[in-house]
Design a protein around this ligand. Sequence first.
Ligand code: GDP
Ligand code: MG
Length: 190
Amino acid sequence: MGNNSTATQLSFKVIIIGPGAVGKTSLLNRFIHNEFTLKYKLTIGVDFLTKTIEYAPEKFVKLHIWDIGGQEKFKFLHRSFYEGAFGALVVFDLSRHQTFSNMKEWLSEMRSLVINDIPSIIIGNKSDLIPEIGQIIDRSEVEEYAKKEGCLYIETSAKNGDNVEKAFLELTTRMTKKMGKLVSKSKEES
Ligand code: GDP
Ligand code: MG
């Protein structure tokens, strides 16, 4: 961003994707309302929430966060869901191994439908369960995969709130940096 950004309001579309029941909606509820419930309420179709965050002192950005249900019959929504997205949280469940490989399919679908490479963060959610059930998924394997895909990897808990804010902030920082680069590039070209 230049220093001459006056009364503009930066606004980004963010998508949250991944297999069913990994905690996508719960992460959003934690981030937006600071709430959590163990009751599982299936997301049908696409849901949409907005939050303005201060990503640096006196610097605000509005996030339009799109949440998606995993049902096959709603696959037709995927194209419009991905359209215009500028950042993504790609979530799997640290307590279920299968969700790690399913998450990879979501990431590659996203890469095929989103034209440009967008900042993405891989999230291993439900970290609160690790003390009980142990480390089911090899962390170094996830880290290696994330690195190969050019993503940051963060472990979160929507239940106790660990790292939830951090995940959204890290994503926002990456999006603003990318936007800054695009803006200066277009200035060079004009
Ligand atoms: P979604 O289908 O990916 O949107 O998943 P939901 O947000 O609906 O969550 C699925 C289930 O996992 C619900 O019963 C949640 O209460 C539970 N859940 C979500 N996040 C966490 C978490 O961080 N820790 C624990 N222990 N349970 C979670
Ligand atoms: Mg949901």
